[in-house]
Design a protein around this ligand. Structure first.
Ligand SMILES: Cc1cc2nc3c(=O)[nH]c(=O)nc-3n(C[C@H](O)[C@H](O)[C@H](O)COP(=O)(O)O)c2cc1C
Length: 200
C-alpha cells in the first residue's frame, strides 16, 4: 500500500476482532515507525503508553464512555507527552549533529520553551497529533485499522496510568483487525471551504 492509498483507506474503526493478537514484532515495528515522526527541535517528547494489562483496560473503558474499542482492539496506545523534555538532557536530541549545530541548538531550545507553559503544551499536542497520523497510516499499511480517541475523562485516565505531573495525555489510538467496515464518510466539507488563500 502506498502512502496515498493508506491516507484514503484509513478510517476510524469502532469494531475490532477481540481475539486478534498483534505480534511483538508488529508492535515494535509500529512504534519504531512512530518515533520517526517529526518534533520541533527534535525533542521527541511523545511518550507512548501501551496498555497491556486487561484489568487496566477495563478500568480505562469505564472512563471512556464504555467505548468498546478500548478493550476490543489488539492494542491500546495512550499518546502522552513530557512537557519538560526540552530541559531533560537536551544534548541527546542533537548528539550526532556537528558541534556548531549543537552549540546553536541547545540555548535556542531553552529560550524557546523556558517559562512558556502554553508553548510547551501546544508543542505537546502538535507532536502527538503528527505521531498519531504516522501510527494510523503505518497500521493501515500493516493490515490494521485504528481509531483515534479523545472521548474519555483525561483526569481519571491520568490517575489510572500514574501520569507524571509534567506530562499530558493527548489521545488514545486503538489498533486492531476491523470486523465491521466504517460507515460511509459522514460529511466531508468541500476543499474550497477549508482553503484560505493568503489571508482570512
Ligand atoms: C482527536 C480525535 C478524537 C476522536 N475521538 C473519538 C472517540 O472518542 N470515539 C470515536 O468513536 N471516534 C473518535 N474519533 C473519530 C472521529 O469521529 C473520526 O475521525 C471522524 O468522524 C472522521 O472519520 P474517519 O476518521 O473515519 O475519516 C476521534 C477522532 C479524532 C481525530
Amino acid at each position: 500500500m502506498n502512502t496515498l492509498e493508506a491516507i484514503q483507506a484509513r478510517r476510524s474503526v469502532k469494531h475490532f476482532d477481540k481475539k486478534h493478537i498483534m505480534t511483538q514484532e508488529e508492535i515494535n515495528k509500529l512504534l519504531t515507525l512512530a518515533i520517526l515522526s517529526p518534533t520541533a527541535f527534535n525533542i521527541q517528547h511523545w511518550r507512548f503508553v501501551l496498555v497491556e494489562d486487561n484489568e487496566l483496560r477495563i478500568k480505562i473503558k469505564e472512563q471512556a464512555w464504555g467505548q468498546e474499542q478500548v478493550t476490543d482492539a489488539s492494542l491500546l496506545l495512550i499518546l502522552c507527552a513530557d512537557l519538560k523534555a526540552w530541559e531533560k538532557e537536551p544534548h541527546r536530541y542533537w548528539v550526532n549533529a556537528p558541534k556548531e549545530v549543537q552549540e546553536f541548538m541547545l540555548p535556542t531550545i531553552d529560550g524557546f520553551y523556558r517559562n512558556k507553559e502554553q508553548v510547551q503544551r501546544d508543542e505537546a499536542f502538535r507532536s502527538c497529533g503528527i505521531a498519531a497520523q504516522t501510527i494510523m497510516l503505518a497500521a493501515k499499511d500493516m493490515g490494521y485499522d485504528s481509531c483515534p480517541m479523545d472521548g474519555f475523562d483525561f483526569e481519571a485516565v491520568g490517575k489510572l496510568i500514574k501520569l507524571p505531573d509534567d506530562h499530558v495525555i493527548s489521545m488514545f489510538i486503538t489498533i486492531g483487525k476491523s470486523i465491521q467496515e466504517a460507515s460511509p464518510r459522514a460529511g466531508q466539507l468541500p476543499v474550497e471551504e477549508v482553503i484560505i488563500k493568503n489571508n482570512f
